[in-house]
Structure formats: structure tokens, C-alpha cells
Ligand binder design. Structure first.
Ligand SMILES: NC(=O)c1ccc[n+]([C@@H]2O[C@H](COP(=O)([O-])OP(=O)(O)OC[C@H]3O[C@@H](n4cnc5c(N)ncnc54)[C@H](OP(=O)(O)O)[C@@H]3O)[C@@H](O)[C@H]2O)c1
Length: 326
């Protein structure tokens, strides 16, 4: 008889996922639970999931009395239904799994905006050489990373050849070897005022929601470049649109959006950002590199292995910061 599963996998196990589990959790019996299954699984201690409402529709916590850990395949937990799991269950995002791809995309947006590639292309398309828009060279500039985590550190690594001056904002502002200065979240307005370039890769929580509002934008330098690859909910949509319109020298790029509807593959925009010449967008595809799938599975399986070997898993969500509606 097969051993009772200690790990439940709620997403369909592809060959890549199975291989990651075999590599990192060779001793842990696991089972795939389809939507129709509700248990019980008396020995299950952990769940690997990519979409709780869809994949675990029939499951309730009574089916897994020994559950202590849930690993999400995705990094961001702002849509995660925490209230489906008892308070003592640890929930982890797949922190850092997609950082190299997302950071490369953030740097692409940053450079494209700094060099106004969109404006340059428009000039060429209309058969004109001049007037060109002013270029913002990265070299020697102050780059401020909002959220100094895995994506931010990778951005810093990629920007090293430009000799930029690195500053960062994290919750407590603890020193980081890569940064000449770190700020606590409470000093966000001051930090924004000192930066030439701002890259936002913060998670969306009760503490970060709507923190880039009109006041924060007014604090930024009029010629600053702002890129967000974290979550759009950290920004007030109307305030960003109006700031871009009122400050043509300010430039912004977003990979993440307020109205993302993956069921239809559509973006719901309340303001015509794409018509603004000082704006550049991408459709939340920063993480879509050729090895995104295997990186995600590998990183999730490694974190599950930490849990099963008694170590503290990485990327544990501070549940209080993800209160309903966060
Ligand atoms: N565009 C995409 O396709 C894509 C892909 C992956 C991830 N993401 C987004 O990017 C986020 C970060 O991913 P990651 O891998 O870099 O995760 P990470 O390593 O956990 O980095 C996030 C950092 O944000 C900091 N932070 C948390 N709350 C903060 C606050 N109130 N103020 C300032 N900093 C705060 C944390 O630092 P402290 O704990 O020290 O405060 C943490 O180091 C994810 O949560 C997700 O929303 C987007």
C-alpha cells in the first residue's frame, strides 16, 4: 500500500514539477489533489498550490488536521485567501523564484524610459530627427529600490556597471551591504525626494497599499523615472496618471496593473496611460522568461524541503499585513 501523503500538490503535476519534487523531496510521499477531492489526508503536513480557490475548492482544513505549511507557486500573496487556513498554518510566497527575470525586465523598462526609446521611435516613425527629448543617464545617478528583496538585489547586481548610487527602503531600514543608505518604510517620502530613479518591487500589503499617492509623487524629483514591477496596488492609479500628465518630464513604467483579469486575459484601465508620451507599460510579463516554469517549481520544492527538514522556510508571509482587503 502506498504511504499516506505528507505533501499535497493542488496544481497539476507536470514533468518539470515532478522532477523538482523528486530532486528536493525524495523521501516525502506526495499526492495530487484534484478539485473534486476533499480528503481526508490525515498525514498531510504541507500543501503546494498555485490557485487556492480553483484547485482547493472542495478542501477544508478538517481534511488535513496536521497541516502546518502552505507553499504558493507565486511570489505575491496579495490575492491569497489566508482566511481559508487556520492561523497557525505558515504561508510562504515563492520569494526570489522569478527575481532574475523580473529584475532584467525592470532594468529594460528603466533604460527604455531613461533614454526615451518610445519618443525616439516616434520621431523616426514620423521621419524627423529633431527635437529629441533629454536623456537621463544612469551613470552616477541615485537609484532607490522600494522593497530591498530578491528582485531589488538582482536589479542592483545588473546595474553595477553603471556605478549608480544605491539606496533602499525596507520595513525596518536595516543596513544592506549593497546600499549606501537604507530607509525604514516610515521615511519613504524623504527617500523618494533623493532619487533619480525609483524601482518598486514591494509586495502589496496593508502597509504598502496606495503609498505612492499624490503626495509621494510630488516628493519625487520632477525628472525622476519610476518603474513598478511589484504590484500596482501600491500606487494610486488616478494620482499617477494626473502626475504624469502634469509633469511631462517625469517618466514612469509599469509591468503590473490595477485591473488585471486573467480569466479573460484583459486589462481594465480607468485612465489612458498608454496615450501618455512619458509612460511605458508591459502586460505583467516581467517574469516570463524561458525557464520561468522550472525555476518556480525548483524554488518551491527547495522551500518545501526546508520545511520537511525542520528549518524555517523562506518567504513566510506576515499574516497580519495581509488582512482581508489588503
Ligand atoms: N511583475 C512580476 O511578474 C512579478 C514577479 C514576481 C514577484 N512580483 C512582485 O514582487 C514582489 C517582491 O518579490 P521578491 O521576490 O523580491 O520578494 P522579497 O525578496 O520578499 O522582496 C520583497 C521585499 O519587500 C520588503 N517589504 C515588505 N514590506 C515592505 C514595506 N512596507 N515597505 C518597504 N519594503 C517592504 C521586504 O523587506 P523587509 O522584510 O526587510 O521589510 C522584502 O525584502 C512580490 O511580492 C510580488 O508582488 C512581481
Amino acid at each position: 500500500m502506498a504511504a499516506e501523503p505528507r505533501l499535497l500538490v493542488s496544481l497539476e503535476p507536470s514533468e518539470e514539477l515532478t522532477s523538482a519534487l523528486r530532486t528536493h523531496l525524495p523521501e516525502v510521499p506526495w499526492a495530487y489533489v484534484g478539485q473534486a477531492d476533499a480528503g481526508p489526508w490525515p498525514e498531510a503536513e504541507a500543501i503546494l498550490t498555485s490557485n487556492v480557490p480553483r484547485e482547493l475548492a472542495a478542501w477544508t482544513s478538517r481534511a488535513t488536521p496536521r497541516l502546518r505549511f502552505v507553499q504558493s507557486l507565486w511570489t505575491g500573496l496579495d490575492r491569497f485567501p489566508f482566511d481559508r487556513f487556520p492561523p497557525a498554518v505558515l504561508i510562504a510566497g515563492n520569494v526570489g523564484a522569478y527575481a532574475p527575470a523580473v529584475a532584467e525586465h525592470a532594468v529594460a523598462l528603466l533604460l527604455a524610459l531613461a533614454h526615451d526609446l518610445r519618443g525616439n521611435h516616434d520621431l523616426v516613425q514620423s521621419g524627423r530627427l529633431r527635437p529629441t527629448s533629454p536623456r537621463r543617464d544612469l551613470g552616477g545617478g541615485v537609484v532607490l529600490l522600494l522593497g530591498f528583496g530578491e528582485i531589488a538585489r538582482e536589479v542592483v547586481r545588473l546595474l553595477r556597471p553603471w556605478n549608480v548610487r544605491v539606496r533602499g527602503v525596507s520595513r525596518r531600514g536595516d543596513p544592506a551591504p549593497e546600499a549606501e543608505r537604507m530607509y525604514p518604510a516610515s521615511a519613504l517620502p524623504d527617500a523618494l525626494g533623493e532619487a533619480d530613479f525609483v524601482v518598486d518591487s514591494r509586495p502589496l500589503t496593508t502597509l504598502t497599499r496606495a503609498t505612492i499617492d499624490r503626495d509621494a509623487l510630488e516628493r519625487m524629483r520632477p525628472t525622476a523615472v519610476y518603474v513598478n514591477v511589484g504590484r500596482a496596488g501600491t500606487v494610486v492609479e488616478r494620482d499617477l496618471f494626473e502626475h504624469l500628465r502634469a509633469h511631462p518630464e517625469f517618466r514612469a513604467g509599469l509591468d503590473v496593473w490595477w485591473g488585471e483579469d486573467y480569466s479573460t486575459g484583459t486589462l481594465r484601465l480607468r485612465f489612458p496611460f498608454a496615450n501618455l508620451p512619458n509612460f511605458l507599460g508591459s502586460p505583467h510579463n516581467a517574469s516570463e522568461s524561458h525557464d520561468e516554469g522550472s525555476r518556480g517549481f525548483d524554488s518551491a520544492a527547495r522551500n518545501l524541503a526546508r520545511f520537511f527538514s525542520g528549518q524555517t522556510p523562506a518567504g513566510l508571509a506576515p499574516r497580519a499585513e495581509y488582512a482581508p482587503g489588503a
